[in-house]
Each structure stands twice: as structure tokens, then as C-alpha cells.
Design a protein around this ligand. Structure first.
Ligand code: IPE
Ligand code: IPE
Ligand code: MG
Length: 238
């Protein structure tokens, strides 16, 4: 839900366009991913300074496994390095790191750097950053259903609130604003339950070029949106 500051409480990023950024420069795609991961910290810092409470970033989807093996392994290495390097700095700034997605299938080294960064920052009270790695919205819903069934919860007892408790990050509020860079106008299986009433902001700017100025524009656009959640705009009922 929106706070009266006009700022979103939970922002989610689909960080798209790394490959095209590299291709435009005649570089291998992995160089685009390298530039892309370097762009994460400044965005986290900016949002945290602006008092955003939750941020979720989409770094690798369950569908991204269909890419060439060297791109997938290159990305894993890059992320492992970056998490390892950045976790301490984020920790100093009070940021809490969480993971959403399936850890199964990731390399032991990457799994370890994700788990270590989550443990290191567990008790921090600043902005919470959800790292969506090996994440898929449909997989998340299936995992929730499996856990609900395994617990033997009777169908009549199930409602939206109970269901949401079985999502990967049940304590995160619903998403207020999804920002997708790279020009595509689609969700690509991202937070399909949590973003049911999110505002979407699509920009052609490629992720490595997405900077504070672009982020200001997205937040300003969000501030002008009128959210109704299926109701009527305020004042319309009288
Ligand atoms: C987004 O950039 C990062 C991941 C999906 C891992 P892409 O790699 O999808 O970049 P484009 O869309 O090919 O430009
Ligand atoms: C979405 O980007 C996933 C991430 C940014 C991690 P994709 O590049 O994988 O999405 P599609 O394939 O264009 O839908
Ligand atoms: Mg893409």
C-alpha cells in the first residue's frame, strides 16, 4: 500500500537490457551483465536514502536457464563475486538481504555467497533487498501449493492471506511499483502474485544506463498515478 509520502513502499526491478547494451558496443553479452551488476549498488543506495522500505531485484529467472551454458555460468560467477563483495558494504549501511527463488541447481559457491549475505545482514533494520535469483512467479506459486498440501491444510481454510504466507518472502508487502528497463512491455513471470495491483513503469533505457535521474522520473510518474485497487477514486463516491 502507498504511504502518504507518495513514495512506493515496495519497488521491484526487472533489470533488462544488459545483452543489448553489450551488443551495441560490439562487446560479448557478459560485459553487459558486468556493467549491469555494477549498477545495482547505486540504485540500492539511492532508494534506501529515499526511505524506500523494500526492493526486489530480478537477476535470473527460472526461464533464463535456456540461455547458452557459458552465459549462464558467466552470470553465476559474476553474481557470486558481486554478492560476496557488496554484502559487507550493504551490511555497513544497514541493508538486509533476502533471497527469493530456488537455491537448488545453483553452484555451491553461488549458493554459499547468497546464504552468507542473508545471514550476515539478517538483523539489519534498514531497507530490505530481495534478490530474485533462479526465481519464477509460477514456480513460487507451485512451491507454495506444495507446502500447503504437505501441511494438510483443508481447502476450506485456504484464503489469500493464508496462501501469501507460503510465498518465498511472506513478510514483504505487496509490490507498489514495478520498473522494467530495456523496452519490453511484459512481466516475464516476475512476482505475479505480489504485483497483482502494482503500478508498472516501462522504459526503453537499458539497465546498465539506468541511473538516478531515470529513477527520479519513475518515482515521479508513480507519484502521479491514482491507485484504486478496484474501488473508486477518492471523492468519486460522494
Ligand atoms: C537482463 O538482461 C539480465 C538477465 C536476464 C540475466 P538480458 O540478458 O536479458 O539483456 P537483453 O534483453 O538480451 O538485452
Ligand atoms: C527478465 O528478462 C528476467 C530478468 C531480468 C532476470 P528476460 O530478458 O529473461 O525476459 P524475456 O525473455 O525478454 O521475457
Ligand atoms: Mg532480456
Amino acid at each position: 500500500m502507498e504511504k502518504d509520502t507518495g513514495l512506493p513502499r515496495h519497488v521491484a526491478f526487472i533489470m533488462d537490457g544488459n545483452g543489448r547494451w553489450a551488443e551495441q558496443r560490439g562487446l560479448p553479452r557478459l560485459e553487459g551483465h558486468r556493467a549491469g551488476v555494477q549498477n545495482i549498488r547505486p540504485i540500492i543506495t539511492f532508494l534506501s536514502r529515499h526511505g524506500i522500505e523494500y526492493l526486489t531485484i530480478y537477476a535470473f529467472s527460472t526461464e533464463n536457464w535456456s540461455r547458452p551454458e557459458d552465459e549462464v555460468s558467466g552470470l553465476f560467477h559474476l553474481l557470486e563475486e558481486v554478492i560476496h563483495r557488496e554484502a559487507r558494504e550493504l551490511h555497513k549501511n544497514g541493508i538486509r538481504i533476502r533471497h527469493i527463488g530456488r537455491l537448488d541447481g545453483l553452484t555451491p559457491a553461488l549458493k554459499k555467497s547468497i546464504i552468507d549475505s542473508v545471514n550476515l545482514t539478517r538483523d539489519n533494520t534498514g531497507m530490505t533487498v530481495g534478490l530474485a535469483f533462479n526465481y519464477g512467479g509460477r514456480a513460487e506459486i507451485l512451491d507454495a501449493v506444495r507446502n500447503i498440501m504437505a501441511r494438510g491444510i483443508p481447502p476450506a481454510q485456504l484464503n489469500e492471506r493464508l496462501f501469501a504466507r507460503y510465498l518465498y518472502n511472506p513478510d514483504f508487502p505487496d509490490v507498489d511499483l514495478v520498473i522494467r528497463t530495456g523496452g519490453e512491455i511484459r512481466t516475464s513471470n516476475f512476482l505475479i502474485w505480489q504485483a497483482a495491483y502494482a503500478e508498472y513503469y516501462f522504459t526503453p533505457v537499458l539497465w546498465p544506463d539506468f541511473n538516478e535521474e531515470e529513477l527520479e522520473k519513475a518515482l515521479q510518474t508513480y507519484g502521479r498515478r491514482q491507485r484504486r485497487f478496484g474501488g473508486l477514486s477518492s471523492g468519486a463516491a460522494c
